[in-house]
Design a protein. Structure first.
Length: 194
């Protein structure tokens, strides 16, 4: 386990490059988002199963995928005009958008569903890491399932810290609670921002 302290609003390029290398090599990260700390790896990593295991997460519960921008998002999901317009309007808000996935997103991520929760975290460090790695990140809160999602690096469970290959300490996440989940396929709110 390696810990890097990185400024979330002005991330140092050399440190972002280190994190991107970890991602490209399939490693598991603990990283900040605008909402809470995330646990993730590259979308093509063999470690996706490990994320389910360490969180004690039922494999029937899908994971989400984080993207840096609309350009990369559109390569991995299908968006109609209505969905794209909605996402663009709310792109900087703490939302997860449920949309139809393309085959490039592995079924293990979505628990076999044809939809995926897509996030574009409103935090510069997260967006830059994903861009530099040139791969979306599997994302879920960095907690044991059923426990509170950590908004501060010091709140992350030691079991999660021990299993991660790299941890990014950027202090406290701005929103401090999990994202609002909006299903754009079925036109409904799945989880409110509490």
């Amino acid at each position: 386990m390696r810990i890097l302290k990185i400024n979330p609003d002005k991330p140092e390029d050399d440190l972002v490059l280190i994190v991107a290398r970890y991602l490209r090599n399939g490693k598991i990260l603990v990283y900040p988002t605008d909402t809470v700390y995330g646990l993730g790896c590259s979308i093509n990593s063999d470690n996706i199963r490990r994320i389910f295991d360490v969180k004690r997460r039922d494999r029937k519960n899908p994971l989400s995928v984080a993207f840096p921008d609309m350009e990369m998002l559109k390569k991995y999901v299908f968006l109609g005009n209505k969905e794209e317009k909605f996402i663009r309007k709310h792109i900087d808000e703490p939302y997860t958008f449920v949309v139809r996935k393309r085959d490039s997103i592995p079924d293990i991520v979505t628990s076999g569903r044809d939809t995926v929760g897509a996030r574009i975290p409103n935090l510069r460090i997260t967006r830059e890491i994903i861009k530099m790695a040139n791969t979306p990140i599997i994302t879920t809160s960095a907690n044991i399932s059923g426990k509170e999602a950590p908004a501060d690096f010091n709140e992350i469970d030691e079991r999660i810290k021990r299993m991660a290959d790299l941890l990014i300490d950027s202090c406290k996440c701005r929103v401090g609670k999990p994202s609002r989940i909006i299903d754009l396929v079925r036109d409904k709110v799945i989880r409110e921002l509490n």
